[in-house]
Design a binder for this molecule. Sequence first.
Ligand code: IPD
Length: 274
Amino acid sequence: MAKEIDIFYDVALKLTNQAGELIRSKVGVSLVADLKSCDIDLVTETDQAVEKLLMDGIGAEFPSHKFIGEETVASGGSCNLTDEPTWIIDPIDGTMNFVHAFPHSCISLALFIDKQPQIGIIYNPMLEQLFTARKGQGAFLNGKQIHASKEAVLAKALIMLENGTSRDPEKMKNLFINQQNIIPKIHGTRCLGSAALDMAMVALGCADAYFEFGIHVWDIAAGELLIKEAGGVVIDPSGGELDRFSRRVLCASTPQLAEQITANLVQFYPMPRD
Ligand code: IPD
């Protein structure tokens, strides 16, 4: 199986580069094709084109592989993870950034086999940052190995926080309460506008944690393996095991830091689940 995964990885990387070229050529000029859950949940023609490029390319090489793709699910496709090799794709994570030409958007692509992550690729084509991970082989940025920080003290942590793409009043209330709880207790917060890139920053060790209620499985699928391979933890914000379809995530450089964040969070359970 290891050899096969190497082949899957090479094909995925080649397609990711092609998709990256497409994204670069459309930054700031791609039209918003639709609004999804609300007026800040955008999809552009390029999101759709990139998802098609990746799915067609992978499907042509490996016809039995399954897919969970953000835009396919948005138009009624399946969001079901089985034991079969399944690619989980966010064609452009950070679509709002992409529309504004703010250079922090990425392709997020993960392969799961037997429901476990085997490959994680996060690629920001604007800044040419390619984050890669394969199970048991470490995490890398542009080919150089990366590690999560060793930060274990909440007061010294730099935490990635997102406002999300929902206008749901209960969700926003929870967001503000948690910001009020956490911000006075830490070094600072940062926001890249892309869940996958936030996770990449934790894997890179330049941020110490990230949590969000309301994300989707395609936002976190590649980042999960990247952070774990970099030595960090990816769990449920209540402290238990990650439930990938629950739309909740907490990532941290160390279990000790994750525990202190959990103790300060008011929990929220977004509906519907993925
Ligand atoms: C969104 C971004 C955003 C995060 C949202 C995601 P999209 O993904 O990652 O930063 O806060 O929760 O849904 O819509 O740009 O693919």
